[in-house]
Design a binder for this molecule. Sequence first.
Ligand code: SF4
Length: 304
Amino acid sequence: MSHSDQAKAQFNLNKLQKRLRRQTGQAVMDFNMIEEGDRIMVCLSGGKDSYTMLEMLQHLKRVAPIKFDLFVVNLDQKQPGFPEHVLPEYLDKLDIEYKIVEEDTYSIVTDIIPEGKTTCSLCSRLRRGILYRTAKELGATKIALGHHRDDMIETLFLNMFYGGKLKSMPAKLMSDNGEHMVIRPLAYCKEADISQYAFVQGYPIIPCNLCGSQENLQRKHTKNMLAKWNEEHPGRIESIFTAMQNVVPSHLADAELFDFENLKTGEVIDGGDIALDKPDIPKVPVNTDDEQPAQADVVTINLS
Ligand code: SF4
């Protein structure tokens, strides 16, 4: 690589890192994810998303005007071939508190679920229970997960296609038992950015298919559909995500969300009456992130 190519690659990496840090900081602020004195349990699976999340949170801890603590938890589910040494070796170098929780959910799942059937739903339920229990034992005030913007968009479509609900994956939510606050600091980060960043950083990625389970086909289809849209209509994904942050209940059809029944003549509602007009749809997709034009800001790092 020539000197100028190296300088360009470094420039692009800095830009990518800055963008990921900015988006993480923004999401944390917008959803008030972290508060003074928080002790945050960072769930590290060994995949690209969780490594990136950990690094972003460590940076935030250094620069944030408030004080909070981080510790890492990895769940070793005893899948065949799980490389037990990888995470401790990585974490020892980071000088961060961590715990590897060993629970053989792999055997439980393979005992209960007949061969050939998808094991993910039971596996995730077991994992969730273990993580909640661990958070309690270790005094965590929040649990951080590495889901990103594209996970949220995929989940939105999955729920629409298969669940009949307009619902995604929230950036911040209370656990079902009301005891744990779950946060997703990468909520504004694109998966493509995370993949490039993880590649350049050389994280010791642990493959996610060790359990041998079939891939979730519905999620895979949705992912492919979105990738195709993005190719054919650049900016569409950005626009969808912007739409998720601009919900207009009075222009949907949920009578529980908006009080259509009591809507009276003389009241002005958000969005106004365009029933007799053509809808005001912009010609190009909406993108509210000024620093991030729909397709120009691409970091070119060869992943092959
Ligand atoms: S892919 Fe394997 S480890 Fe992951 S949720 Fe499914 S069964 Fe569990």
